[in-house]
Design a protein around this ligand. Structure first.
Ligand code: SAM
Ligand code: ZN
Length: 286
């Protein structure tokens, strides 16, 4: 087990201490006797959800992936410089360690609902919170909130484990098609993100959108190519494919003219408010 966890965990049921047993490998509550298995040193507080398809490991870097993901890297790297260097960070929904590189020189704990080899602890924080109150300087919630059904339960627990004045960094897609279905539940507007924080003692330090209409256009054209064209008759399909190729070429030219997408505070966005996604810096109230 990651030794950093030893001082952080408590029994989710009665909030008393947990002790480590070797045979069988488990954490046991000293008071109420509840036990939680340790699988290859990873404490499992909740079972993996039925039907969840585990993610493949993908090589990640600040310069790879979609424009949205690149915006996320810039966001995380910039915001981490503002967080106390020795402060403890919880990466919720860390998955296959997609942003682990950004946390390389930091004290951090990776949590997920699935026991990927890259994580330190498994718990669905909408149900079970095994952390002591005010344990973390910062919490990362990157591309996770849209996969959570009971977002209020999650935010309540994240607020609880943050130190007063601590930071919650959220990245959440908005104009992005469904992914990891059927475990994709919500898209929040900026107004809902404000109210969500407010409901859980989190004020907003920064709220920005990543605006990229050309990327959005590309997603739509990709959909046409993969989902619509195959259903057409042969003749229509050939004509449609030609037209689509022309539109894609034009979109490429247009992209060169208008430049890449932009990350902007929502208040400065002059476009129709349709960001690819939002990035939020919440502050736990003192
Ligand atoms: C789309 S992936 C994002 C992974 C990574 N944070 C990123 O941005 O690339 C969503 C992750 O959230 C995890 N997840 C979903 N619900 C969760 C919950 N209630 N608590 C913790 N993790 C959760 C999933 O298992 C998955 O690994
Ligand atoms: Zn207990």
């Amino acid at each position: 087990m990651n030794p950093v966890l030893e001082n952080l965990l408590q029994c989710p049921q009665c909030e008393r201490d947990l002790e480590i047993h070797d045979h069988p490998a488990e954490l046991a509550c000293v008071a109420c006797g509840l036990v939680y298995p340790l699988q290859q040193g990873i404490p499992l507080f909740t079972p993996s959800p039925a039907g969840l398809v585990p993610s493949e490991k993908i090589a990640r870097s600040p310069d790879s992936g979609t424009p949205w993901r690149k915006a996320n890297w810039q966001f995380v790297q910039k915001q981490l410089t503002k967080i106390e260097p020795h402060g403890l960070i919880l990466d919720v929904g860390a998955g296959r360690g997609d942003f682990a590189e950004a946390l390389r020189n930091r004290r951090s704990i990776a949590l997920d609902i699935y026991p990927y080899p890259e994580v330190d602890i498994v718990s669905d924080l909408t149900h079970i919170n095994p952390f002591r109150r005010a344990s973390f300087e910062a919490v990362l919630l990157l591309n996770v909130l849209e996969h959570v059904f009971d977002t209020n339960a999650l935010l309540a627990n994240l607020s609880r484990v943050l130190k007063p004045g601590g930071t919650l960094l959220v990245a959440i897609p908005f104009m992005v098609k469904m992914h990891q279905v059927p475990v994709d539940y919500v898209r929040y507007t900026e107004f809902a993100l404000m109210r969500l924080g407010e409901a859980h003692g989190l004020s907003i330090d920064e709220l920005e959108g990543y605006y990229d209409p050309i990327f959005f256009l590309g997603e739509g054209l990709g959909n046409l190519h993969h989902a619509v064209l195959p259903s057409l008759g042969r003749g229509q399909r050939q004509v449609a494919r030609l037209m689509l190729t022309g539109i894609q070429a034009l979109a490429g030219q247009l992209a060169r003219l208008v430049g890449p997408g932009q990350t902007l505070p929502v208040s400065e966005s002059k476009t129709n408010p349709a960001p690819t996604g939002y990035q939020v810096v919440y502050r736990k109230r003192e």
